[in-house]
Structure formats: structure tokens, C-alpha cells
Design a protein around this ligand. Sequence first.
Ligand SMILES: [Zn+2]
Length: 367
Amino acid sequence: MRPFRMGRILGVDVIGDMSLIALGVMLSWVIYLELRLPESAASPTEALIGATVGGLLFLGTVLAHEVSHTAAAQRRGIAVKQIRLMIFGGASELEDGEMSPQTELAVAIVGPITSAVLGGVLLAASSGLSGVAALEGALRFVGIANLVLAAFNLMPGLPLDGGRVLRAILWRRTGSRDRATGIALKVGRFAGLALVGTGAFLVLNTGAALGIWVILVGWFLMRMAAASARTHRLEAATRGRSVGQLMRPISESVPGSMSISDAIDMYQMGPRLRTLVVSVDDRIVGILGQLEVDRVDASVRSTTTVASAMTRIGPADVVDVNMTLIEALQREAGAARHIVATSEGRVVGLIGHAEIAELLEFEDPNS
Ligand SMILES: [Zn+2]
């Protein structure tokens, strides 16, 4: 499900996602089937037109929901990074800088309100169009879909709008946004689990296909809450820290022309070789650790150079020691998954798997 760019609104990129298209197509299909029932007055062509209009109208209302968040945020001076449209309606990714509980509440609640109002208007419009079967059916279904979207988004778990409302209220009461986030994320996972359970109950007891959809949405919600929790933990663990505060200090790099045996003799202290930084002509070009050494047969280690066995790293893997940790971790990482820290061009440290693991075990003191 690779996301794709759909356009730009209010100066913000709108990114779409396959789950949104799937939802639109499914809704169109349901509208078509409904319009083809014997009691419907629509011809096959009219049903097709109704289904297409319904699908597009639905995508439009999902966009309206997100744009309402974006507009509300911008009006309060909060920058919006991008709008993502997906199965739940979407997510406006906000910069947290100037956020307050009041702002968070206002920005979150406007989305479900927009969907509910649109749902009401579409239902009213459909009853006014009772002479035109195809359009009436399309408007009615999109109206109902918007009411469902509003209700679903009000579930009180992150990353849904209801979760943001819950976080705003908890934030106000506890004074800690981190703690409020932690609780709202847990509620989000629980809400997802509850949906999966409800869906399973529907499938087993009524055989309704709707149940499968509910399971799917619940599962998505659980996954999104888990991903948000990871990001949140990482943000809490890295807050205010620089690369230099996490790295393992290293005083020199190893010349690429050195043989592996010589490098082991010179640098290996314990049973395993700790990862070294390799340079050629004063340029940092790779890393060499036990993993790389193990790939070379012991009999040829004295004739194999470090450069030919190392894992190459790119310019993005080399950062200044003073860079903030979150910035370093979120950069476009190369294949090496290591971060080499430099100061005035000299290697001063390395962040590898051990350091990252230590970071992820970090317990947020606020939660
Ligand atoms: Zn929303």
C-alpha cells in the first residue's frame, strides 16, 4: 500500500493511500448493487452513474473532513505537514510546536463535526431527489457513510480524532501531554481490539459480511495505535538529546587498505569485534564489525582488505555530533543502519544496534 500524492490544498500536500481507494470502490459497489435491486427504478447505466458519483462524492467528503482539521489548525497558527487520506478518513499531520489542550481539542473535534454535518445535508438532499433513483441512492449512501465516519472517528483512542479529544482532556487534567498520549494510545489499541471482537461476533452470529469489514478496520486501528506508540516512545526517548549523548565514542577510523587480520589484532578487545568506522583518503566509506568479518573465511583474512569486506555507508549515515538525535534517526538511512558521528570531519563516535536498542528500552519518566 504505497501512498501517493493526490494534490495540494491550503498549501499542504494531500497524500492518498490504497485503503482509501478500496473503501471508495467498495462503497460504489454497494451503491450499484442497491440500485440494481428489483424495487429500484434505476437502469443499469443509471446505477453505474450513481455508483461512480457516489464513490467520488465519498472521496470528496473524506477530503473535506481532513481539510477542516487543516484549516482549524492553520487558523490557530499550527503548521500542517501533510494531509493523509486513508481508510479512517485520514490524518492531518500537525507540527506540535504551539499546541495546547484547547487547540488540540478544537482541531480534533472539527473533523467529526464536518462529517456529521455533511452526512445530514446529504441525507436531506437525497430525500429531496426522490424522483431521480440513481442520485438519491448515491447521496443516501454517502450520507450514511459520513455519519458512520463521524461516529467511528469519535472513538476515544489515538490515532482517531476521539483519541485526540481524549488526549486534550487528559492533558488539561494531568498537565502532561506525554502521559495523556500514553493513555490515549492504550485506549486506541483497546478500541481496535474491541472492534475486532465485535466483528468476529457479527460474523459468527449473523454471518454478516459487515463483520469482516469491522474486523479489518479494528485490526488497522490496532496497528496504527502500535505504530504511533513506537513513534511517541522514540520522541520521548530522544527529546533534548544530541547524537553525541547516545553514541559510543570512537577516537579514530581504520584505513580501508589495512588487512582484516591486522584490524582484528589492533582493535579487537573482547570475544567480538566492535564495529569500526572505515575511511579511505580521509573519507568515511563504511563500517566493519563482527558480522562483516564472519563473512570472510579465516584463511584469507590476512590478504583481504578492510575496504573489500566492509558494509558501505552513504553520506546520509555520517552526521555532525551536535545534530539532534531525532533528526539523525529520521534521516534517510542507508543500508548500514549505523550512524557515524563526526566533529570537524573527524570520526568521534558511532550509533549502532546496541545504542538504538538502549534507546528503545528507555522508559519515558512521564508515562
Ligand atoms: Zn479526523
